[in-house]
Design a protein. Structure first.
Length: 130
């Protein structure tokens, strides 16, 4: 069985996609979730920097190509079914396109209400062409 096994992935215009989690290699904090196709996975291995597949843009997404907020890959792990990828990374700047360290900056209470639980690191308007 190939590791990871892209044959188990979700079909898309970019080929078979597997879920990819980016985790801070030092703190262990989950920073973001994205999708990888086989081309993105191979480029991440080759360059040492995280590359994903953007479903909305229909192309490879080299993390940080616009913002400069790159993810240096320290280690790659694959789950027991070989259908999910964990990237342990060193993050430069904010991982989230909304300017937060992590895309998981919202905290949900037992009553279903939510609040922003983290501080914004950067103003997205200063980083991205919108």
């Amino acid at each position: 069985m190939p590791i990871p096994n892209f044959a188990k992935g979700t079909a898309s215009a970019g080929g078979s996609l597997l879920p990819a989690i980016a985790q801070d290699a030092t703190s262990g904090r989950v920073l973001m979730f994205a999708w990888m196709n086989e081309e993105a996975f191979r480029e991440s291995l080759k360059t040492g920097y995280a590359v994903y597949f953007s479903r909305s843009r229909g192309k490879l997404w080299r993390k940080g190509e616009t913002s400069g907020h790159q993810q240096k890959v320290i280690e790659i792990r694959v789950d027991c079914d070989a259908d999910a990828i964990l990237l342990r990374i060193e993050q430069t700047g904010a991982a989230c396109h909304e300017g937060f360290e992590s895309c998981f900056f919202r905290q949900v209470a037992k009553d279903g209400s939510s609040r922003i639980a983290d501080e914004r690191l950067v103003d997205p308007a200063t980083v991205y062409d919108k």
